[in-house]
Design a binder for this molecule. Structure first.
Ligand code: 13P
Ligand code: SF4
Length: 305
């Protein structure tokens, strides 16, 4: 059952011909009124396919809204709270990439989608945690400048013969990098039958304890098709909100209930309603960055289809 505020948001969406896209880490009350929920790659692909809507409300962090704008420059992209920024994306400003390119002129630049448009404009191609390996293998270059997530970089390096050079040296997501492996070991003992699904942004000591390393979308697909009924989910806590809503017959246990992305959670129902009424805050990308950053995103989408 929807509450009054959720009903009002749905009416406003109708009235304004708007669609609400939300990342898997949003709270249940936001997920319940979303038109589409997904991981970074699924959200990019969905954004590239929207034709019949005038407004796109994006409940995710800044780089996701920017990507939605790149793929829909003629639409209004609203982000309910302008402070919803991804701290990891801000660890890789364009000047660090420019310096690395000058130092390694024969390397390709592959950037995680968790980057700002100013960084994407310096990339040959973008990737997500779902397709990073596939993207890297598709390139001719043997040397890859990869960033900003050092943990995803290490995961990729383990599965390819190419040389992965991290940019910056120490980029990370604070939600996943600090997870304590000891706590996961205790949970594995408590739930010996559970399959352990870990996000590649987690530190290598936690990744080592995984049965599968997957993006949030990969976790959704895996739980759907796995014969197991119980899972320990190692990523942001609200991933289990999504999993348990879609697959109530399975048991998805958040391994770290304190793994909480604060900026993802800034999008309250009240702010979603306000942003639909005022049609702001708007997310755009500076004109001079659009062509190059879009090229890097579009290349990834083409390879991932
Ligand atoms: P996914 O693409 O796996 O959803 O990851 C995005 C993200 O920000 C994880 O912290
Ligand atoms: Fe960024 Fe980490 Fe939050 Fe994902 S969970 S949006 S990488 S801070």
């Amino acid at each position: 059952m929807l509450n009054q505020l959720q009903k009002e948001i749905n009416e406003l969406k109708e009235e304004k011909n708007a669609i609400l896209l939300c990342h898997n880490y949003q709270t249940k009350e936001v997920q319940d009124i979303a038109d589409f929920i997904g991981d970074s790659l699924e959200l990019c692909i969905k954004a590239s396919q929207i034709r019949d809507k005038d407004i796109l409300v994006f409940c995710g962090v800044d780089f996701m809204g920017e990507t939605a704008y790149l793929l829909n420059p003629e639409k209004k992209i609203l982000i309910p709270d302008n402070y919803a920024k991804c701290p990891m994306a801000h660890m890789l400003p364009a000047d660090i990439i420019k310096k690395a390119k000058a130092k390694y002129p024969d390397a390709a630049v592959v950037l995680y989608v968790n980057t700002l448009a100013e960084a994407k404009a310096e990339a040959d191609i973008v990737c997500t945690s779902a397709n990073a390996l596939k993207i890297i293998q598709s390139l001719d270059e043997d040397k890859i400048l990869f960033g900003p997530d050092k943990n995803l970089g290490k995961y990729v390096a383990k599965h390819t013969d190419k040389t992965i050079i991290p940019i910056p040296e120490d980029g990370y997501c604070y939600v996943h990098n600090n997870l304590d492996p000891e706590r996961l070991l205790i949970l594995k003992e408590k739930y010996p039958e559970a399959e352990v699904l870990v996000h590649p942004e987690a530190n290598p000591n936690v990744q080592k304890l995984a049965d599968k390393i997957l993006s949030t979308g990969g976790m959704m697909n895996h739980v759907a098709k796995s014969e197991n009924n119980q899972f320990l989910i190692v990523t942001e806590v609200d991933m289990c909100t999504r999993l348990n809503k879609e697959y109530p017959e399975k048991e998805c246990i958040p391994a770290y209930t304190d793994a909480f992305c604060e900026t993802m959670k800034l999008h309250s129902l009240k702010k979603i309603k306000e942003c639909l009424i005022k049609e702001e805050p708007i997310i755009t990308v500076p004109e001079e960055l659009v062509e190059n950053s879009l090229k890097a995103v579009q290349k990834m989408i083409d390879i991932s289809k």
